[in-house]
Design a protein around this ligand. Structure first.
Ligand code: HEC
Ligand code: HEC
Length: 154
């Protein structure tokens, strides 16, 4: 068993070295996205979308029909990446504001991976206003409620 694991480890190390030596690192989803999706428009339309795998697959098909270049090998990697990084978010007031206002300076995973109390979220929102986020007085409590409800700390 131990010897098998060691052998498997050595084998994958050798594979990695071969890949590195030949300059053929496997492409990751983000690289594919930048190459395939960045030529006609910036990634704002992607950043502000929240879709599941099936929906992203339809979007990608539409973009290919419009002229996006994507190999058959890269397609599933891209779709899995999109569904992971730009997957569905809970519906409700505040969702669209978060998608449109909070993805301008950083990816939304910054937000959706964290769990905070109401007090902490309020502090974060104030810090974001200080960073320059365009969050209006009306939208502030709506976004705060959305974040506490969906990304609150229990
Ligand atoms: C050949 C040009 C081109 C490329 C390359 C391209 N797009 Fe688009 N995309 C468009 C055009 C034109 C629109 C606006 C028309 C529309 O809304 O369908 C658009 C709009 C969009 C939208 C907003 C509309 C919607 O579905 O909500 C999304 C999201 C999107 N593209 C994602 C992508 C992704 C993901 C890729 C990479 C696979 C990509 N695009 C590559 C031309 C392109
Ligand atoms: C004008 C640019 C900008 C906008 C817009 C923006 N942020 Fe940020 N955000 C930042 C910067 C810069 C940091 C990193 C600050 C740091 O690490 O000290 C950050 C970090 C964060 C973090 C991580 C903070 C932590 O302590 O881990 C969260 C959560 C966050 N932002 C939420 C949001 C939300 C929610 C919105 C929408 C209301 C938003 N951001 C909009 C600039 C922005």
């Amino acid at each position: 068993m131990g010897r098998f694991v060691l052998a498997a480890g050595v084998a994958s190390l050798v594979l990695l070295c071969v890949a590195a030596a030949s300059g053929q690192q496997p492409k990751d989803g983000e690289q594919i996205m930048n190459a395939a999706c960045g030529s006609c428009h910036d990634t704002t339309s992607i950043q502000t979308a929240a879709r599941n795998e099936k929906e992203w697959s339809e979007t990608v098909d539409q973009m290919v029909a419009r002229g996006a270049t994507l190999s058959d090998a890269d397609r599933p990697i891209l779709i899995a990446y999109l569904a992971r990084a730009y997957g569905p978010m809970p519906d409700g007031p505040g969702k669209d504001i978060v998608l449109n206002t909070c993805t301008i300076c950083h990816d939304r995973t910054r937000i959706t991976r964290s769990r905070h109390t109401e007090e902490e979220w309020e502090g974060t929102l104030i810090a974001m206003l200080n960073e320059g986020a365009q969050l209006s007085d009306e939208d502030f409590p709506i976004v705060l409620r959305y974040l506490v409800k969906n990304y609150g700390a229990n």
